[in-house]
Design a protein. Structure first.
Length: 347
């Protein structure tokens, strides 16, 4: 279905635009990650798919040895999947999916971009995974992945999935230890134009001066133990999210939002709130503990089972370090949405 939508609505616009387009169709899960690790330099990358495809592409891109250069390539997103979270940020709401796909494709050709944050999520042994939206761990996420099993109940399937999940041990508690560092101040935007290269004798003098001077090594501020906050948590659900969903182009601090929901939720409240979270997974309900952090370490008790949801993809739950990479990637955006972001920020 996704392939048909792309070929009928997006591909003709891309080919007519005058761009030299190479279309690569993935055949299995994880292939996009490998392709991006091997891809040669290009002017832009377009991802046509859903949240899972986006996550594979950016993970493959940011695992490259030359990621510092490659991450400067602008990225376009054509939403074709069941969950296409970034499309709500990048493009205006549309009456139907076909119109949304066309608007997204045209926005890429207009060339307007916005910087988006990325989360680097690293386990003890695995290579890091990168996310545009965030990480969820808890009962609401576990119930949400079972909603499709109750398809025969139509509009009641979400309530049914959350209702039946309350038959397990109740209240459902997820316990862990969390260490985190606070927000970081946003550096000024880098100038667009490159400065002219200094003459050779100036560069030689600077290198020699740098070589002979041996300043004492400074410990980075974020690594000093005193700056870490630590707390024990017991929650029905923990989420760590970027600010990409509610993008503020003028903010002066960079941080991710950590939401620790209370574990004292009643069964009825769990069912009603779970249905709300289906449409807004990043909702942080009243009574939750909200933390702004630039980096955090989540330690799980030994023997903890279950799964994380990272950009709506399932991963085994394990101790992880989550680090914010602010404004790491540039995505093409509808100019109208960019104006709205600047207008709201100005107000």
């Amino acid at each position: 279905k996704a392939r048909t939508l792309f070929e009928k609505n997006a591909a003709p616009i891309l080919h007519l635009s005058g761009l030299d387009v190479t279309v690569v169709k993935t055949d299995y899960e994880g292939q996009a990650k490998k392709l991006l690790e091997l891809m040669e330099s290009t002017d832009l990358i377009i991802i046509a798919g859903g949240d899972g495809t986006v996550q594979e592409v950016i993970t493959g891109l940011l695992r490259r040895a030359d990621e510092a250069t490659f991450s400067k390539i602008p990225i376009g997103f054509i939403p074709l999947g069941k969950t296409s979270t970034l499309s709500h940020t990048l493009y205006p709401e549309s009456m139907n999916q076909v119109q949304h796909i066309i608007n997204a494709t045209l926005a890429i050709l207009k060339g307007e971009t916005v910087p988006l944050d990325v989360l680097q999520i690293k386990g003890e042994k695995e290579q890091p995974v990168f996310a545009m939206t965030g990480l969820r761990w808890g009962s609401y996420r576990d119930a949400a992945v079972k909603v499709s099993k109750y398809w025969y109940l139509g509009p009641l399937k979400a309530k049914a999935a959350h209702f039946f999940s309350t038959f397990k041990e109740w209240p459902q508690k997820h316990q862990a230890a969390l260490m985190y560092l606070g927000p970081t101040e946003r550096p000024p935007e880098e100038p667009e134009e490159k400065r002219s290269r200094p003459p050779f004798h100036v560069r030689l003098y600077r290198r020699l001066a740098l070589y002979w001077s041996s300043p004492p090594k400074e410990i980075p501020q974020e690594e000093t133990q005193d700056n870490w906050e630590e707390l024990k948590i017991s929650t029905i659900e923990l989420s760590i999210a970027t600010q990409n969903r509610q993008l503020d182009l003028t903010r002066t601090e960079d941080f991710m939002n950590i939401c620790i929901e209370a574990d004292t939720v009643g069964k009825g409240q769990f069912v009603s709130r779970g249905s709300q979270k289906m449409s807004d997974p990043q909702m942080c309900p009243e009574g939750s503990q909200c933390i702004q952090a630039s980096k955090c370490i989540l330690q799980l008790p030994e023997g903890t089972g279950g799964s994380f949801g990272i950009d709506n993809e399932e991963y085994e739950a394990m101790p992880v370090e989550v680090k914010l990479l602010p404004r790491k990637l540039r995505f093409f955006c509808d100019p109208r949405r960019r104006e709205q972001m600047l207008h709201v920020a100005a107000q």
